[in-house]
Design a protein around this ligand. Structure first.
Ligand code: APR
Length: 334
C-alpha cells in the first residue's frame, strides 16, 4: 500500500516508530524534532481558559506520572478532541516543561494511534541537539550520478505523465525500484513548471521531487523564449517551495530540460541560478543546501563558470550575479 509523504514529519516519524520500534526509527523521531526546533516551528498546546486564566491540560500515564500535551498539527488536535489550543515554538515549550514541578515530560499527539511520551531527560537532549549548528543556505556543484546522492531530496526531470522515461528520469526510476512508479501512477501527472513529491524508496535520498521542464522550441517566434524561460524558472522555484513544506534541507537538481528537452545549457544554467539564488535570498534563515548535479564535464564547466562569475562579480556583469554575492557558497566539489 502506497504511503504518501507526510509534511507532518514528527507525526510521520512517530507512526513509523510505533509500527516498528527500533533505534533507527526512534532516531528518526528525534531528528524530526530537531529539524522543527531548528526551523523555530510551533507546537499546538491544548489549554483551558477560565476567568482570563490559561492553564495547561495534562495527562496521567499508567505509572501515575503527569505529562503536558503537544500536537504536531491542527488535524491531530481536533482528532483528539481538543479545540482550544495556543501555539508556541517547540524549543520554548520544551524548555518551559523542564521548569514545571511534578511534570514528567510531554505527550505528543495523545489522540493518535501511537502517542509518544518524552521524559525530561530526553527533552534536555533535544534542546541541546537543536542548539547545534543551524542549517545554512548554500549552493554547491557535484559531478556524477544524482541517484547516488544521500540528500533529503533529489529532483527528477520528468515528463508530464510522471510515468518514467530515459535520461535522469530513467536512472532515478531504475535506482528507486518499482514502488516509485506505483506511487507516480497515483499522482496523475504533473503540468510543466510544477512539481510533485514522492518517497525515494531504494534511493539514498528520502524523497524525489518530480518536475517537468519545458521543451525548448528552436523555432519559437519569440527570440527570448519567454515562455520556456518562465516555465524552467518555475521548475526550480516549485521544487524549492515544495521542499520547504516537507522540511527538506538538502536538495539536488539535475540540469532540468538540458537533455532530451533541448534547452541550451548556458541559458538554462543562468535561469537555474537566478531562480535558486532569489529563493534562497527570500528564505535567508531557512537553511537549504542546494546541489547542482552535472552528469558530464561540459555541464560542470558551465556551472562552474557561473559560480565563479557570481563569486567575483564583474562590475559590468548582469545584476543577477550580485544576487549571489554574500551567499554561503558551497565549493564546487567533485
Ligand atoms: N544523474 C544526473 N544527471 C543526469 C543523469 C544522472 N543519472 N542522467 C542524465 N542526466 C542529465 C543529462 O545529462 C541532462 O543534463 O540530466 C539532464 C537532463 O536530461 P534529461 O534526463 O534528458 O531530461 P530533460 O532534458 O528534462 O528531458 C526530460 O526526458 O527522460 C525523459 O522522461 C523524461 O520525457 C522526459 C524528458
Amino acid at each position: 500500500m502506497i504511503k504518501f509523504p507526510n509534511p507532518d514529519i514528527i507525526a510521520d516519524a512517530i507512526n513509523s516508530y510505533g509500527n516498528a520500534p527500533s533505534t533507527d526509527t526512534l532516531t528518526k523521531v528525534l531528528e524530526a524534532f530537531s529539524i522543527l526546533m531548528q526551523e523555530a516551528a510551533e507546537v499546538l498546546i491544548p489549554v483551558v481558559e477560565e476567568d482570563e486564566q490559561v492553564s495547561l491540560l495534562t495527562l496521567m500515564n499508567e505509572n501515575n506520572q503527569t505529562f503536558v500535551i503537544g500536537f504536531t498539527s491542527e488535524y491531530q488536535a481536533k482528532a483528539a478532541g481538543y479545540d482550544t489550543t495556543i501555539s508556541r515554538r517547540w524549543t520554548d515549550y520544551l524548555s518551559m516543561i523542564l521548569e514545571i514541578e511534578g511534570c514528567a515530560g510531554l505527550c505528543v499527539n495523545p489522540g493518535d494511534k501511537f502517542p509518544f511520551s518524552i521524559q525530561k531527560l530526553m527533552i534536555n537532549a533535544l534542546i541541546a541537539e537543536s542548539e547545534k549548528e543551524a542549517f545554512k543556505n548554500s549552493i554547491s556543484l557535484f559531478k556524477g550520478d544524482i541517484t547516488t546522492l544521500k540528500v533529503d531530496c533529489i529532483v527528477n526531470a520528468a515528463n508530464n505523465s510522471l510515468l518514467g522515461g530515459g535520461g535522469v528520469d530513467g536512472a532515478i526510476h531504475a535506482a528507486a525500484g518499482p514502488d516509485l512508479l506505483a506511487e507516480c501512477r497515483i499522482l496523475q501527472g504533473c503540468p510543466t513548471g510544477q512539481a510533485k513529491i514522492t518517497n525515494g524508496y531504494k534511493l539514498p535520498a528520502k524523497y524525489v521531487i518530480h518536475t517537468v521542464g519545458p521543451i525548448y522550441n528552436v523555432n519559437s517566434e519569440d527570440p527570448r523564449h519567454t515562455q520556456e524561460r518562465t516555465e524552467l524558472g518555475s521548475c526550480y522555484r516549485s521544487c524549492l517551495e515544495l521542499a520547504k513544506v516537507f522540511h527538506i534541507h538538502s536538495i539536488a537538481f539535475p540540469c532540468i530540460s538540458c537533455g532530451a528537452y533541448g534547452y541550451p545549457l548556458d541559458e538554462a544554467t543562468k535561469i537555474a541560478f537566478i531562480e535558486t539564488v532569489q529563493w534562497l535570498n527570500e528564505n535567508p534563515n531557512y537553511g537549504m543546501q542546494v546541489t547542482f548535479v552535472c552528469f558530464n564535464d561540459e555541464a560542470y564547466n558551465v556551472y562552474e563558470t557561473v559560480i565563479n562569475k557570481a563569486q567575483n562579480p564583474d562590475p559590468d556583469a548582469p545584476n543577477f550575479m550580485t544576487l549571489f554575492a554574500g551567499m554561503a557558497q558551497g565549493q564546487a566539489k567533485n
